[in-house]
Write a protein that binds this ligand. Sequence first.
Ligand code: FS2
Ligand code: SF4
Length: 547
Amino acid sequence: MNCNQCQEAAKGIGCTVFGVCGKSPELSALMDTFIYSLIGLSSLAVEAKKLEINTEEIDLFVIEGLFATITNANFDEEEFVSRIQASINYREQYKALLQQKGIVLPSAAIYELDVKTKEEMIHKALHLAIHQTADEDIRSIRELMLFGLKGLAAYLSHAEKLNYKNEALFSAAHEFMASLVNDELTLEQYVPMTLALGEVGVQAMALLDEANTTTFGNPEISTVNIGVGTRPGILITGHDLHDLKQLLEQTKDQGIDIYTHSEMLPAHYYPELKKYEHLKGNYGNAWHLQMKEFETFNGPIVFTTNCLVPPRSNSTYMDRVYTTGNTGYPGFKVIPVLEDGTKDFTAVIEQAKQCVAPTAIEAGQLVGGFAHHQVLSLADSIIEAVKGGAIKHFVVMAGCDGRHKERQYYTDFAQALPNDSVILTAGCAKYRYNKLELGDINGIPRVLDAGQCNDSYSLAVIALKLKEAFGLEDINDLPIVYNIAWYEQKAVIVLLALLSLGVKKIHLGPTLPAFLSPNIVNFLVETFEIGGISSVDEDLKKFLLIN
Ligand code: FS2
Ligand code: SF4
């Protein structure tokens, strides 16, 4: 295996023996073969779309498939065996369609993927991975694009679940996918394509924002209980708000409570979700603490998306975990989907009724809901606080959390920030500082949580509106610094999106991506002034120009 897609890549280079995340070499190989098959399918979709052939089925297949290969989403080898087979079937179907119309097939589509058994699928990966591209810089930029595409796919998938689709975004995703095996493309041609992918990322996040806010209302300032009640509970984790809505509907008046976990916390900010009285609170912290927190939750747990951590052999919660969507783990139960597409949570509900209430691990409450609509309604007081000098810095600390101890840096950094600075956050990175007592500035909390990682879009909208309000020419003239933590591939599309909006001087940590070659890093440093992090003291001086 050779996987380097996340921040945990072994030795900062890549996992070659076994994934730090728990991914086996076999699973990694199946994912590589699957990705290659999806590239072939995308190449066919590009041609089919030119002929106005309906490609809806494979649009979604490719998007969902990419999503399933994101770090910590799916550990079920059999799932990938059947998806590879389905991919080959689609490929034959679309090849035949295009051949009938006399179209010369693109080379990726002609590549024979005649694998039938799991062993053949695993073995084939040795010859297929993008990672084996000979030129280091082309390999690096292809991986940057592939990982960005995985993040893009996650956001397009969430929007589609709420019936928000944009044909142009699917087409763009297929074109980017097809470009990953185009040996005629030079580095000079790939570079602008990565920024174009970032622009598509902005559009996808805008689409998801529209889907979420139209369906569930605009996030508003909300307090969220982090303690527990006396009734049994169901814990729902991941990012899929549509799944949560269905669970809330099906658990009404059943004598049980629903708790959110990790990236599902921002559900409490949406009017159409917070209206359910049995949406009781948020239990626990970011994804990497799940092995401990699931033990004490006592009731069933539903995974809607990543991040899933493989349980220990002595974990007591194995028989309480359910997966849905693109998540999977051998031995975890799967939520059935009815013919009309509704997810059937009956088994989860019945199991919850047999469980005791969660054990309290915390008490108190959190405040959040500062997505763009809410923040812009406070714009006057924010602008006044900036002009009067009460707020001197906005610090964007969005992104992901992770299990490595060096991420303590983010807690220390948040704590060490001067009192005239406001943290703008989104994503599970927030758990490193959202329970600190950082106070407020003229009633404006010092940590403004916009929501999930995809709501980093909201932070960009806020920045653009502030630029307008202050009459500035350039978004980089705002008193905003970016100290972003990354972990998996959704952070890659968020980064490309910010770059495409012209944001400079983003600091990325705790380590730079292993898949970036020295030349690509140099390019990012020279063009966008991207940098890493060092110590809290040094970074405070460097980022905020203070002593
Ligand atoms: Fe956190 Fe994991 Fe949100 Fe990432 S729960 S690292 O998937 O997308 O952020
Ligand atoms: Fe390693 Fe990350 Fe790949 Fe898992 S996803 S195998 S931890 S690089």
